[in-house]
Design a protein around this ligand. Structure first.
Ligand code: PEP
Ligand code: MG
Length: 822
């Protein structure tokens, strides 16, 4: 069905206000039966939270996602106001493109609008035309642009050749990047024509805009001193396939944050891409609070006591932060705070502070000196990762210092308005104080792609660029700016066309997110019609409710250990019964996989008096602990079986490494079931230890399902502690060694006729989604915020293609090579 037709266009409308302009568009949409009249309110509501002016006289009012029910069919109405109407913030709109989008069909029109936005003459032509057909043709793409967008030319150069693009994805980002890199080595101007679109071969964006798919014939032409050489080289590159997988992978590994190319008129400062996305907001310079204290103190005993108490309190704060972040973002991110605790236990550093105190220094002064001296040494190290840990040591140190000294509260140090926040570097504790609704983007002078600023920005889903150099710290507070996370660029004093470009990118991104959210309740069917179940990882009752709201088709992993934390004793059978029952009720018939207690490793419960282990991850963890604390295990199983009549539940054992453990766990489980008098439930086990993989054929005969714990499977397969500050980054679940273990597991399961799910972190990783499903994993259990995006991704891909990628991934040399495949 056509989205934009002539009857949805009001030419030369006379309106007295922005609200009237919107009302005119709404009238057109209502008359055509596209929306309910109430959607107009929704459009006005949107303007209250975000001005929809794009630039060059164009505004795109659209409703709020919650009111999408009021749309009958996706449609766009255009109101042309030749003299313009005030759209707020000093902007005047002449072409009001009102969008009522039920699905994503309107994105083509948005993309065409982008071209118009970058071209003042073209925007003027549409704002003054007497012919509604001109607007329809231009925005639907039926008519080619009146002239090429700025910076691009229509004519080919004299010499050139034709070539057919050959490759599964056509001229997509990687081959286009290779082409740009090659083209830039010549001084000649080089153009690529596809149909009537012409691209500058030295601009990635321009090449991508060609949309040249597999089998497209393009014409390459060049002009300039080395034009012939350039043409020869480009011809040879096309013949060689333009991309070498292995090389691309190596390059990706060596350059952790490749930036795409973007052209801006405003002054730009470039850094390292650390989190993609786009922000348009004024700059805010973050200032750390001032901490003041006396240098000397003559009561050494009291000062020693104060330091001891502050260290203890800081340790406790970090414990709370660790648990909070663990629940929200998983163990890898939470591990930062464990590392901070380690710093605070450093005996040599504490002793250095004690010595100073005994010499008459105050606890605060002595402590500050001790941690700063050590942080300076770390900062000077050649190894960038170690040097990066200086930030952590200072952060942990300041946490204690704050407890020992006076902290001056300065109102201007934290943003009160939406902003792009600039800092030298941000510590995890700084970030914890920031309001993520106000911080639209993050820039740091120092730091790298593995810094915590990067990790946190990605988890908050805000754009970030790091390592920008000291000049960013000089930017005046309040300066208008754009942060283009994907390009690794901060644009200061952006031009109108820079803003328009950024706004469209933002709108596209939001449209995508909204579509993902709107479709979150639909099943994840791949393009070839295969269904993958997307379920949630949860740890408490509130999350069970959120999981359903977010589109989870059940719970693939209930980490019951979180019901045992922050308490003085284990929850009783009745307490657990209430929780499991509440969860089953919240799930309203959707299944829950309850994993029995998985303590040990990094998950300690003080009241359980767990053994002190030299290697906690190799110690009495998971099922091993439960089998040696049978009372605890039986209590939990009783509660689970008593709740089992309230809804579908399955039981899953963690950390099974040997058949004897499974047999023992099953025997106890069956005894408890009979005691309770409950019906049998499905029993499954985590596959997270290589020995379980090797014995998978035997295990598969004994259980109803497997769930792959990629977090642990990776750490045990690669012998890299999942919390290790340096190694955790390398412990990538996409390593072919881990993938071969998963492949082996799935084949054993298939043979036995049982299904396999995955519940570790890579189940939500875009590459992980492709490879895991390609290997035959049927259910992905992911954190709640990832559910909609994972479902949306699955809907865009075919399982056949994923199988092909997975087959190649198994043969890859390392994780970077696997990541380069998807
Ligand atoms: C895993 O190991 O991948 C897993 C999901 O379990 P946890 O992270 O709770 O150890
Ligand atoms: Mg695990």
């Amino acid at each position: 069905m056509a989205i934009l037709t002539s009857d949805l266009i009001a030419l030369n409308a006379t309106v007295a206000s922005k609200a009237e302009a919107i009302a005119t568009a709404v009238d057109l949409l209502v008359a055509a039966g596209k929306i309910d009249p109430g959607y107009g309110e929704s459009m006005l509501g949107r303007e209250k939270v975000a001005n929809t002016f794009l630039g060059n006289g164009i505004a795109i009012p659209h409703g709020l996602p919650k009111d999408r029910e009021l749309i009958n069919d996706t449609a766009i109405a255009v109101v042309q106001v030749r003299d313009g109407i005030d759209w707020g913030n000093g902007d005047t709109a002449r072409l009001i493109v009102a969008i009522a989008a039920k699905s994503d069909e309107h994105l083509t029109i948005l993309s065409n609008l982008t071209d118009v936005l970058g071209d003042a003459d073209e925007a003027d032509r549409l704002a003054t035309t007497d012919d509604a057909g001109v607007i329809v043709a231009r925005l639907t793409g039926a008519e080619a642009p009146a002239k090429a967008p700025a910076g691009e030319a229509l004519d080919d150069f004299g010499s050139g050749f034709d070539v057919t693009i050959d490759g599964a994805h056509g001229l997509h980002a990687r081959p286009a990047t290779a082409l740009v890199d090659l083209a830039k080595t010549f001084t000649a101007d080089i153009r690529i024509r596809s149909g009537d679109k012409v691209a500058n071969a030295k601009s990635l964006i321009s090449l991508l805009k060609l949309g040249a798919g597999d089998g497209t014939s393009v014409h390459v032409s060049a002009e300039g001193a080395d034009a012939e050489k350039a043409l020869d080289a480009i011809r040879a590159a096309f013949e060689a396939g333009l991309e070498d997988e292995e090389e691309a992978a190596n390059e990706a590994a060596a350059r952790p944050a490749p930036a795409t190319v973007a052209n801006y008129d405003g002054r730009t400062i470039t850094g390292i891409t650390s989190s993609p996305g786009m922000a348009i907001a004024p700059v805010f310079q973050f200032a750390r609070e001032r901490i003041t204290f006396e240098t000397d103190a003559d009561d050494a005993a009291l000062q020693l006591e104060k330091l001891d108490q502050a260290l203890h309190a800081a340790h406790q704060q970090l414990e709370d932060l660790y648990k909070e972040v663990w629940k929200k973002s998983g163990p890898a991110k939470a591990g930062i705070f464990r590392a901070h605790q380690e710093f605070l236990e450093d005996p040599e550093m504490i002793e250095a502070a004690h010595t100073q105190i005994r010499k008459g220094r105050s606890a605060a002064f002595a402590w500050e000196q001790a941690y700063n001296e050590r942080a300076d040494i770390l900062a000077g190290m050649k190894d960038p990762i170690l040097a990066g840990r200086a930030v952590d040591l200072r952060d942990a140190g300041r946490r204690v210092l704050r407890l020992l000294a006076e902290v001056e509260k300065d109102e201007t140090r934290l943003p009160q308005e939406p902003c792009i926040l600039v800092a030298d570097d941000l510590t995890p504790s700084d970030t914890a104080q920031l309001d993520p609704h106000l911080v639209q983007g993050l820039c740091t002078a120092s730091g790298g792609p593995t810094s915590h600023t990067s990790i946190i920005a990605r988890s908050l889903d805000i754009p970030a660029v790091v390592g920008m150099g000291a000049s960013v710290l000089e930017i005046e507070v309040g300066k208008p700016a754009i942060l283009d996370g994907a390009s690794g660029v901060l644009v200061i004093d952006p031009s109108e066309s820079d803003r328009a470009q950024a706004r469209v990118a933002l709108i596209d991104l939001r449209a995508r997110r909204e579509i993902e959210q709107r479709d979150c309740y639909k099943p994840a069917l791949t393009t070839d019609g295969e269904r993958i179940e997307v379920v949630a990882n949860i740890s408490d009752l509130a999350e069970a409710r959120h999981a359903v709201d977010a589109g989870g088709e059940g719970v693939g992993l209930l980490r019951t250990e979180f019901l045992f934390v922050n308490r003085d004793e284990a929850p009783s059978e009745n307490e657990q019964l209430d929780i499991y029952t509440g969860m089953l009720e919240a799930m309203n018939g959707l299944p829950i996989i309850i994993r029995t207690l998985d303590v040990g490793g990094d998950k300690e419960m003080p009241y359980l008096r767990m053994p002190v282990e030299d290697n906690p991850f190799l110690g009495e963890r998971g099922i091993r602990f439960c089998l040696s604390h049978e009372d605890l295990f039986r209590t939990q199983l009783r509660a689970i079986f008593r709740a089992s009549s309230k809804g579908p539940l399955r039981i899953m054992y963690p950390m099974i490494s040997m058949l004897s453990e499974l047999e023992e766990a099953r025997r106890i489980t069956e005894e408890v079931r009979l005691e309770v008098g409950a019906d049998p439930v499905e029993i499954g086990m985590m596959i997270e230890i290589p020995s379980a993989v090797m014995m998978a054929p035997e295990f598969a005969r004994e259980v109803d399902f497997f769930s792959i714990g990629t977090n642990d499977l990776t750490q045990y397969a690669l012998a890299m502690d999942r919390l290790h500050p340096k190694l955790a980054k390398l412990a990538d679940g996409m390593h072919p060694a881990v993938l071969r273990l998963i492949d082996r597991t799935v084949r054993a399961a298939d043979e036995a006729g049982i299904w396999v799910g995955a519940c570790g972190g890579v189940a939500a990783d875009p590459v992980g989604v492709r490879v895991l499903t390609g290997l035959g994993v049927k259910e992905l259990s992911v954190s709640i915020p990832s559910i909609a995006a994972v479902k949306a991704q699955l809907r865009e891909q075919s399982l056949e293609e994923n199988r092909d990628i997975a087959a190649r991934a198994l043969k890859a040399a390392d994780a970077a090579a696997v990541r380069a495949l998807a």
